[in-house]
Ligand binder design. Sequence first.
Ligand SMILES: [Zn+2]
Length: 491
Amino acid sequence: MTNAWETIIGLEIHAQLSTESKIFCGCSTRFGDEPNSNTCPVCLGLPGALPVLNRRAVELGARAALSLGLHINEQSIFSRKNYFYPDLPKGYQISQFDKPFSANGELEIMTAERDEAGHPIEWVPKTIAITRLHLEEDAGKNVHEGLPDIDRYSYIDLNRAGTPLAEIVTEPDFRTAWEAYDYVNHVRRALQWVGASDADMEKGNLRCEANVSVRKIGEELGTKVELKNLNSVRFMHRAIEFEVRRQIGVLESGGRLQQETRLWDERAGETRVMRSKEEAHDYRYFPEPDLPPLIVSAEFVQGVRSDMPELPEARRRRFMEQYQLSFSDASQLTSERSLADYYEKAVETSGNPRTAANWIRSELLRELESAGLSASLSPVSAADLGAFIKLIDEGKISGKQGKDVLVEMFRTGKNAAAIIEEQGMAQLSDATEIESLIDQVLAANPQQLESYRAGKESLFGFFVGQVMKASQGKANPKVVNERLKTKLQAL
Ligand SMILES: [Zn+2]
């Protein structure tokens, strides 16, 4: 029997740090401004202009590193990475090379095998070795218009040139596309959580590249292919799966793989060659003479750390212990910081962690999702949701009515009490009133009562139904059941 194929994946993430100004000059990093309006001699690469490091970029870089549990080097060095490309006005990028901001870290993520439909089967921890996290500047953007070879114009917009980036590189530790998927989601959430980056892949402020190769288990590493243009985690997952199948196909049919960079084409559902190894860059790194070594003191790191919120993994564990939530409930409720805050506020108001988790996970998230909103923008405030849950717990409305009330709260922004009042939905829980309805029902159905007393106990449900009907659906079913039982036994 021949050995099975094994997939080897390493990932590089570029995350734009959420500073207001660029990393080496005071130009704005605002997205979507008039092309080339946020530029100056430094980020245009004009002769004689000197870079000055933005302190905020270092703070956010430190937040990024700490959110991933990485150590920050006391001294790191900026280096010039030389290559020629139209969107790089200096002819080099200021990056970090042999002495990066952070190196040799380890990150534990939770990952799951998935079924055919992509649903997690079981979550298990996995440790990923982080080779490095370094700081660097982003390049500008080339914008192409018109049809290729006919009427093609290329423009250069340097607004993005000099935006601070954290580049996070892993060892080739991933064995499946799902592990890579779970890792990128982990990093994305961590960076957003601590405010280091907006980390929105669709907007390009978090970009991801995957190095993919295959080998027979136990054999040497195969030829690796770099995948680019992965504009969402879902695309990345599809691209890796495609690439693994392609590589195995080539090798099994006796072919050889080229070391190359390939782009994911989402519409075609395949990767295609962007450039081969012959065109690979030789960057000739050397230390940046215009910037002193970056010294990050222990006090500085401590200051950044003390400003950071409780991290997502710690919060998930706390939710499981403090509120007795399952792993999957706690994971979903800590998938975003605003959602975790929302949940805790709703627990505070309702005093019921279990029910709050259920309503948020089922009804509220569905409404938010279909409206394309995050929890922080929910038309139903956390306090209103908490008060709503309290009304159900007190039996003012039934859980079934609650679903309609919540939809109405979401639609109108009104609180539950107001909607219940307006629509006359208040549940009837008063025992005396319910007993009088029961008496009416029993009096109106003498034949059924006779059969019931003769032993036809299945008629109990019939009486409950009749009482509910008489109350126009407002009677509290629990009270109806209790009182009816007592009444029938007394007869
Ligand atoms: Zn500038």
